[in-house]
Design a protein around this ligand. Structure first.
Ligand SMILES: CCCCCCCCCCCCC/C=C/C(=O)SCCNC(=O)CCNC(=O)[C@H](O)C(C)(C)COP(=O)(O)OP(=O)(O)OC[C@H]1O[C@@H](n2cnc3c(N)ncnc32)[C@H](O)[C@@H]1OP(=O)(O)O
Length: 331
């Protein structure tokens, strides 16, 4: 397979198409048993690492590892609660259940990127499925608060988001976005970490973070000012200006815009040609470019996630999400 292809699906609740309500894009490819076996293997490797530690890290760390593995491979806790006298399984159940519904879709995208980074694909393409590229984070994520409480959920989601964005920072092969329609939130901010962004002329780019009481993520607080100037980045990230594909291209966020009528044909012809290029040269050239920024990008990502963790707990964010979900105000 010369090209790994992942499709983001719009998080919508009443869409006429086959789309499900998803917290984030649905991976259409790569979610095969291999990927699951990889995470099983990864988990066993990390457990073996834990066993090699000179000092036992303690039950809390081991329970956390167990919970994150179950969450990544099975999603939210789906087991019946063990009885009070079944102490070990009860502790494991509590640890897993405390993660609440960390959005599984983020895990699926991470697993797919990790698999694509190791398989024989030469370039990786992310695109939307249907009329939209992505509606960003599913805002219903804010509604189900697990037993560990809202602070615990915010902390866990900040860890998840940092790991998720980190996958894009560290992805070793050419990563290309094919933006087939409206793109919102994190699906836009991550574009600053892609190697090329091709857009249909019907695509729009919207980062309504202030409207949502939130703050920029995906390293956009660093990449957007670099790409488009601080003032243009402010208009998008702080004031929530929605860009057309043409405007996004003029500002450097989009590499090239195509008429929607010929978009798919033109772009995939080009991508297939890219996929015939010598893979090592592609990978090594990307590394030469990315390595200068990698450390900075990880530092920016860590700071953005830390700030967002606080934002998610703010009244501004809570009110904005409630308003959105009760449809009191369109963004
Ligand atoms: C408290 C603890 C913390 C928890 C935190 C959890 C976070 C998880 C970790 C990762 C976080 C990463 C940070 C990411 C941030 C973002 O991405 S912010 C941006 C979020 N997205 C939006 O704000 C998109 C808002 N939606 C739109 O702009 C439009 O809907 C659209 C996508 C452009 C489509 O417009 P249109 O065609 O007009 O359709 P609509 O009628 O507006 O929508 C159709 C239905 O779909 C529902 N919907 C749309 N987007 C979302 C969404 N993002 N989340 C949930 N639901 C969405 C919309 O409500 C409609 O539903 P119905 O009213 O039921 O039909």
């Amino acid at each position: 397979m010369a090209m790994a292809y992942l499709a983001w699906r719009l998080a919508r609740r009443s869409c006429p198409s086959s789309l499900q309500v998803t917290s984030f894009p649905v991976v259409q490819l790569h979610m095969n048993r291999t990927a699951m076996r990889a995470s099983q293997k990864d988990f066993e490797n990390s457990m073996n690492q834990v066993k090699l530690l000179k000092k036992d890290p303690g039950n809390e760390v081991k329970l956390k590892l167990y919970a994150l593995y179950k969450q990544a491979t099975e999603g939210p806790c789906n087991m019946p609660k063990p009885g009070v006298f079944d102490l070990i399984n009860k502790a494991k159940w509590d640890a897993w259940n405390a993660l609440g519904s960390l959005p599984k879709m983020y895990h699926e995208i991470m697993r797919a990127l990790k698999a694509a980074s190791k398989d024989d694909s030469i370039i990786t393409v992310l695109t939307g499925n249907g009329d939209y590229y992505s509606s960003g984070n599913d805002l219903t994520n804010f509604t189900d608060i697990p037993p560990g409480g809202v602070e615990e959920k915010a902390k866990n989601n900040a860890v998840l988001l940092r790991e998720f964005v980190g996958c894009f920072i560290d992805f070793p092969k050419p990563l290309i976005a094919v933006v087939n329609g409206p793109a919102v939130g994190i699906s836009v901010t991550l574009l600053g970490l892609f190697d090329a962004v091709y857009a249909s002329d019907r695509a729009t780019f919207h980062t309504p973070f202030s409207h949502l009481g939130q703050s920029p993520e995906g390293c956009s607080s660093y990449t957007f000012p670099k790409i488009m100037s601080p003032a243009k980045a402010t208009e998008m990230l702080i004031f929530g200006k929605k860009l057309t594909a043409g405007e996004a291209c003029a500002q450097g966020l989009v590499t090239e815009v195509f008429p929607d009528s010929t978009f798919q044909k033109e772009v995939w012809t080009r991508l297939k040609a890219f996929a015939k290029l010598p893979p090592n040269a592609l990978r090594i050239s990307k590394e030469v470019i990315r390595k200068r920024e990698r450390e900075k990008l990880h530092a920016v990502n860590a700071e953005e996630c830390n700030v967002l963790q606080g934002r998610w707990l703010s009244d501004e964010c809570t009110n904005a999400v409630v308003n959105f979900l009760s449809r009191k105000s369109k963004l």
